[in-house]
Design a protein around this ligand. Structure first.
Ligand code: ATP
Ligand code: MG
Length: 566
């Protein structure tokens, strides 16, 4: 059976799809890691050939729209044509060799996907960054990565010009723009004159493929290195098993191009399955644009962040019809059970949660055909042996809280990052005994469902109790006054630390007497969860501090609390 496993989905009749139970899905996952692997050659070119032979649906491979409803639809053949020309630009015009690094800052424009594929074809290592990086971030990333080439648009070119002289490795700059800029090559013009004949480089599965920076939720973003097999092949688990995609799916994932989640969902996971990647340019997340887009286009599969679902349920999605929508997912942060049930009430669809990191592919998830248990990620992904372990890496019994960890001995999973290039000492720190520690805490129940407690640093220790912020936040959001909250520790002379909640109120409650509201929320939390977990302190705020990718930065709130008391 092993020999037959391929990242490219087999024809429908034999495809092990729509698993009705978790065990048969796990049984079907039998990856074979070839010595040589390149996603462009071994996946995209295969779909291109299938498409030409009439063995794929007629959907585009990339379907891009913007707010003016301009559309670009590219088949696998067109993606191949454009990306081969761009690969020639990288190797010839920019004189990049295999292994050289390319720093890419573009918003969700079709060229972003072309650069991704061109780098695979030319064997250059891609470093995606978000358009919201500051000049300091850009300088730091260019210097530590020693990138030889940058590709961006007008919004960011001036920032790169300001810091470029401090980056000796940088030898070429490509600009996506209708106007020229001194010192920059014109991406579109160069592609226009480049040949579309290109032979994809031969890469080993272990060759470096991409470098992502983590979201920076707990501290400085870590520079995370992936190989051709770790992400190029490894993300098949996300596409086939969690996202449940086929070549008839139209999949919209809303994450920003700077984060691993976009590689996870909008590149590798989708295209292993031959699915159509749907993208909306959407410079800012806008709830009505999202709901209109879901109703206007035949999007079958939708994935967005929990923070986005919290905003969407406030918009009342039941005003819209989503004729094609079949499968909704989320990842990146825990999703509140209350939001899941509101989404279900309004759309008749469940939200299937996924848990993973920049360092990994899907670690755990709720897979189609599995009972959805709100508040739990779901079960362990077949890609890994996941256990709950103590701080020395010893496996803990089911039902005990501990570190969520991936077994790496005797066999290191091929779909795990290679190392943190910066800061390098962090790599060794996250391996303990036979395990890679995720930095997250959780519990596995007797049925194998995993329950998130919080990031290890976010767990609150109050008068001998360990309290996970997620459970308290879930309790708070069940109250109609609460739009969103973040729960952190706050110093207390008797208990050491106590639970403090920062709460964003729903509009109807903003003018209510705050003293009474605090009492009411405290009583509510005591009612719906163990009373010792109730927030002894509550502060109302207009918004919560978040990362660029929208994750709540509890570390910032916690730091303020503790600094304040010093
Ligand atoms: P940094 O490592 O720089 O602090 P980060 O951990 O947020 O940032 P990412 O790799 O983008 O960077 O995010 C992975 C983390 O996101 C996980 O370790 C976990 O804490 C959180 N996460 C992801 N999915 C979920 C989920 N479904 N439920 C709870 N937490 C999740
Ligand atoms: Mg992290």
């Amino acid at each position: 059976r092993r020999a037959n496993w391929s990242p490219v989905l087999r024809p429908k009749s034999t495809a092990p799809k729509n698993f009705t139970d978790y065990e048969s899905m796990k049984e079907a996952y039998r990856p074979r890691v070839p010595a040589r692997f390149n996603f462009a050659k071994d996946v995209l070119d295969v779909w291109e050939a299938k498409e030409k032979a009439g063995a794929r649906s007629s959907l585009p491979a990339l379907w891009w729209v913007d707010e003016q409803r301009t559309e670009i639809r590219w088949s696998f053949e067109e993606l191949g044509f454009h990306s081969r020309r761009l690969a020639n630009v990288l190797s010839e015009e920019c004189r990049l060799a295999q292994g050289d690094r390319v720093f890419l800052i573009l918003p969700r424009v079709p060229e972003w996907w072309l650069v991704n594929i061109a780098c695979l074809r030319a064997g250059t290592v891609l470093i995606p960054g978000t358009s919201q990086l500051t000049p300091r971030d850009i300088l730091h990333r260019l210097q530590v990565s020693e990138a030889k080439c940058v590709i961006t648009d007008e919004s960011t070119a001036h920032l790169l010009d300001a810091v470029g002289s401090q980056c000796p490795a940088l030898t070429s700059k490509l600009l996506l723009s209708t106007r020229g800029r001194q010192g920059w090559g014109d991406l579109t013009a160069l592609m226009g004159s480049a040949s579309a004949d290109h032979v994809c480089v031969d890469t080993s599965s272990d060759d470096h493929m991409t470098i992502f920076f983590t979201s920076g939720t707990t501290g400085s973003p870590k520079m995370t290195l992936h190989s051709h097999c770790s992400f190029g092949l490894g993300l098949t688990i996300n596409g086939r098993y969690w996202l449940d995609l086929t070549d008839s799916s139209v999949f919209w994932n809303t994450s920003d191009t700077g984060w691993a989640k976009t590689a996870w969902s909008s590149v590798f996971a989708s295209w292993t399955q031959g699915a159509c990647v749907f993208a909306h340019h959407m410079p800012r997340f806008n709830t009505s644009t999202v709901l209109q887009t879901l109703s206007r286009y035949p999007i079958s599969t939708f994935c967005t962040a929990p923070t986005a679902y919290r905003m969407l349920v406030q918009e009342d999605p039941s005003r819209f019809q989503f004729p094609a929508l079949e499968h909704c997912l989320c990842a990146g942060e825990p999703i509140n059970p209350e939001v899941m049930s509101q989404w279900r009430r309004l759309t008749d669809l469940d939200i299937y949660e996924g848990y993973g990191q920049t360092e990994t592919v899907l670690i755990a998830g709720t897979f189609k055909g599995m009972e959805v248990r709100p508040g739990s990620f779901g079960k362990v992904s077949p890609a890994y042996d996941v256990q709950v372990v103590d701080d020395e890496g010893r496996v803990l019994p089911r039902g005990t809280e501990g570190n969520l960890a991936i077994r790496v001995k005797p066999h290191r999973p091929f779909c795990l990052f290679l190392e943190y290039m910066v800061p390098p000492e962090k790599t060794a720190e996250c391996f303990r005994g036979d395990f890679y520690l995720t930095g997250d805490r959780g519990v596995m129940d007797k049925d194998g469902y995993l329950w998130f407690i919080g990031r290890a640093d976010d767990v609150i220790l109050s008068a001998g109790y360990r309290i996970g912020p997620f459970e308290v936040e879930n309790a708070l959001i069940e109250h109609e006054a609460v739009a969103e909250s973040a729960v952190v520790s706050s110093p207390d002379p008797i208990r050491g630390e106590v639970v403090k909640a920062f709460v964003v109120l729903t509009p109807e409650y903003k003018s209510m007497n705050q003293y009474e509201l605090i009492r009411e929320l405290q009583a509510h939390v005591k009612r719906v969860t163990a009373p010792y977990k109730y927030p002894r302190k509550i502060e109302f705020v207009d918004q919560l501090p978040k990362t660029v990718s929208g994750k709540i930065r509890r570390v910032e709130l916690r730091k303020k609390e503790w600094d304040h008391q010093m």
